[in-house]
Design a binder for this molecule. Structure first.
Ligand code: PRX
Length: 660
């Protein structure tokens, strides 16, 4: 890992503008004064155990209390609230009904073709209970992993909560992943059950999820998968396999709408979610019940300044951590009204998002910088056609937001009256770690501002020494927090190596390395610089270069490949692949297209390379290591700087320059 992104990013971040929240917003916000915020931060640093203990007690309902707040005996395999017993669905559903909120809308759902549904808390609980009983009826037991591979329909939420209700961890796989990627995740997690749909609507097309499940099972996942439950969404013809495949609607229709929540230990697994790392195959990030419940709940409450009548919409897919924490668990645990949309803006309806904001009077809107840049590109005339007056708070997540997009978001969508919360976090952190609190913190376009109370961040060099003001370095987190990942499923060694052993801070081993670079400016604001490892972020989707390289070399014509990210105005980064071919294979434009298709088949559409450059050989050091730094410069059309004397054959470079 190198910090070679440092210079370019330091150059673009010369942003000096600063925007305090409006008086009106600040006066009405839940945390509205510097004193309150400072007092929270002081409590957290003076006595972190007491700090977390008091929130865990006041914010969550426990069936049995915990005695130990944090067990660090086997650090960094930390345990939180370990003796405590709870069920996250009780905190997300039952308790709100008990305090008289059963009639409040929990979920508003809008389908891409324009159909829509609403569920109150009472109705949602019934749906979840029916689904939970159906899962029990087909044999799912506490501890069994259930894979959810679904479009953005209410049943995706029911399925997640039904699993949590009966103590079966879920593993949601984003519907844009291919059958190959699904197969790997099914096998790695040993998922005996899959919940899917006959398809979903996206960009005016049907995504064929059931076919992908069938292919994943045929190609190897048959050794783990026993039952497939299929939700009817598109009514397209699909094949159902006897004794294996079951229709959701037939299964749930006669089930009771009551199901006692399973009593879960705080450290029982709630879910696995796969994410890319810099080496090898995706890692199954493990989250457990109590700590994750607290962190997704508390961060949602703090950052989104929730009020009883808010209509909150996060545009992510439930297949990503943002969907887990901020469509499902965080909002529901707080008794909020959460909106879920099946589609995305598309050529036939560029105003889709704003139509929804107008229709449901959305007040809090949370999306990704890539989406904002796409809106900017298609012009303000589109959002200007809609009434966006209901909006009062805007959020972004997933990648660094460029100041220009931030300003556009603030002016055109927020009409200059909505604070923007730029939230930095990761699949591994469970919830947001760095973000402004909207009623208190003055924001700077492009900065995620400050760590939340209880979170201690530092920027250090490779030796773990704190870097100077405004100097780029590695972002580390110095203290454990409740929502942190617990391990990587089946690979605790990788957990230690990837996150805990890379940097030692002042001799302390247990500091968490996030994989991101950042700098802190003269006012203490944090500016995220992007990944410093071999992870590419395409439209905010994390992809490991090694994953894409493995996909390419699995093609019969490819001998070797190296994949790098190239800066892109819209998507943040795009994928550029350098490929050398097997003997006697000729490079042609058909082959390039075939290779792109191959990557899509192996991983999914999000991994499609923008460009594939075929070359006789790749630049390597004398010890045989591919020099990615050079490839990154070539892909980006930049001058090659730095030492190239270690190149084994410098003529490769000249040839590549011609091809790039
Ligand atoms: O590089 C950071 C970037 O997204 C990575 C985490 O990706 P993932 O686990 O898929 O989760 C995305 C949604 C939480 C981080 O390591 N990232 C996330 N949020 C921001 C960000 N980069 C800059 N600014 C952000 N607000």
């Amino acid at each position: 890992m190198t910090l070679d992104k440092k210079n370019s990013i330091n150059n673009i971040l010369e942003e000096k503008r600063i925007f305090p929240p409006s008086k009106k917003f600040a006066e009405n916000s839940n945390i509205s004064t510097q004193e309150e915020l400072l007092s929270l931060k002081k409590q957290a640093s003076d006595n972190p155990i007491q700090f977390w203990e008091s929130f865990a007690k006041s914010e969550l309902d426990w069936f049995e209390p915990f005695q130990t707040v944090l067990d660090n005996e086997n650090a960094p395999f930390f345990k939180w609230f370990k003796e405590g017993k709870l069920n996250i669905t009780y905190n997300c559903l039952d308790r709100h009904i008990k305090r008289g909120l059963g009639g409040k809308t929990a979920l508003i759902w809008e389908g891409e073709p324009g159909d829509s549904k609403k569920y109150t808390y009472e109705e949602l609980l019934k749906e979840v209970c029916r689904a939970a009983n159906a899962l029990k009826a087909i044999g799912v037991k506490k501890g069994d992993l259930v894979c959810i591979y679904m479009p953005m329909i209410p049943e995706a939420m029911f399925a997640m909560l039904a699993c949590a209700r009966i103590g079966a961890p879920h593993s949601v796989v984003f519907g844009g992943f291919s059958s190959e990627a699904l197969k790997d995740r099914l096998i790695d997690g040993n998922a005996r059950y899959v919940i899917t749909a006959d398809g979903g609507f996206r960009k005016d097309k049907v995504i064929e999820l059931k076919q992908a499940v069938d292919a994943a099972i045929e190609n190897g996942a048959d050794k783990v998968v026993e039952k497939v439950v299929v939700v009817q969404r598109t009514k397209k013809n699909i094949s159902m396999v006897d004794d294996r495949d079951l229709w959701w609607h037939e299964l749930v229709k006669d089930q009771k709408d009551q199901c006692e929540p399973e009593i879960m230990s705080s450290e029982d697994r709630l879910f696995i979610l796969y994410t890319s790392g810099s080496t090898g195959k995706p890692k199954g990030v493990v989250h457990t019940t109590g700590g994750y419940n607290l962190w997704s709940h508390l961060t949602f409450k703090w950052i989104f300044d929730l009020k009883d009548d808010d209509i909150y919409w996060c545009t992510a897919d439930v297949g990503w951590i943002t969907g887990h924490s901020y469509i499902v668990y965080g909002p529901l645990s707080n008794g909020a009204t959460t909106l879920m949309y099946e589609g995305v803006p598309r050529r036939s309806n560029l105003g889709a998002f704003w139509e929804i904001v107008q229709k449901y009077k959305v007040s809090i809107f949370y999306t990704a910088p890539t989406a904002i840049r796409a809106f900017m590109k298609s012009g303000r005339e589109i959002p200007d056609k809609y009434n966006l007056e209901s909006l009062r708070l805007l959020g972004t997540v997933g990648e660094p937001i460029n100041p220009e997009a931030w300003m556009w978001y603030k002016d055109v969508i927020g009409k200059d009256k909505c604070p923007i919360v730029d939230t930095w976090w990761q699949t591994e952190t469970g919830g947001v770690m760095i973000s402004p609190l909207p009623g208190v913190v003055a924001t700077k376009p492009g900065s995620a501002t400050f760590p939340l109370p209880g979170i201690e961040v530092e920027i250090v060099d490779k030796d773990g020494d704190k870097v100077k003001e405004n100097e780029g370095g590695y972002l580390i987190i110095k203290k454990p927090w409740p929502g942190m990942m617990r391990t990587i499923h089946g690979n605790s060694k990788r957990y230690l190596e990837s996150y805990w052993e890379y940097i030692s801070f002042k001799g302390e081993k247990n500091v968490y390395f996030a994989g991101d670079g950042a700098r802190i400016d003269e006012d203490g604001y944090i500016w995220i610089m992007g990944r410093v490892d071999d992870v590419i972020s395409v439209s905010g989707h994390r992809l490991g270069t090694m994953e894409i390289e493995s996909a390419l070399v699995s093609h019969k014509s490819v001998a070797e490949s190296a994949v790098v990210g190239k800066k892109d105005d819209l998507k943040g980064e795009v994928i550029v692949a350098f490929v050398s071919l097997e003997k006697d294979v000729n490079g042609s434009s058909e082959l390039v297209e075939d290779l792109k298709k191959h990557v899509v088949n192996e991983i999914g559409i999000i991994a499609k390379p923008e460009k594939i450059i075929i070359s006789d050989s790749l630049p390597k050091t004398r010890s045989g290591k591919i020099m990615r730094r050079i490839l990154r410069s070539l892909a980006g059309g930049e001058k090659i700087s730095g030492d190239i004397s270690t190149l084994e054959d410098s003529s490769v470079l000249e040839k590549l320059k011609e091809l790039s």
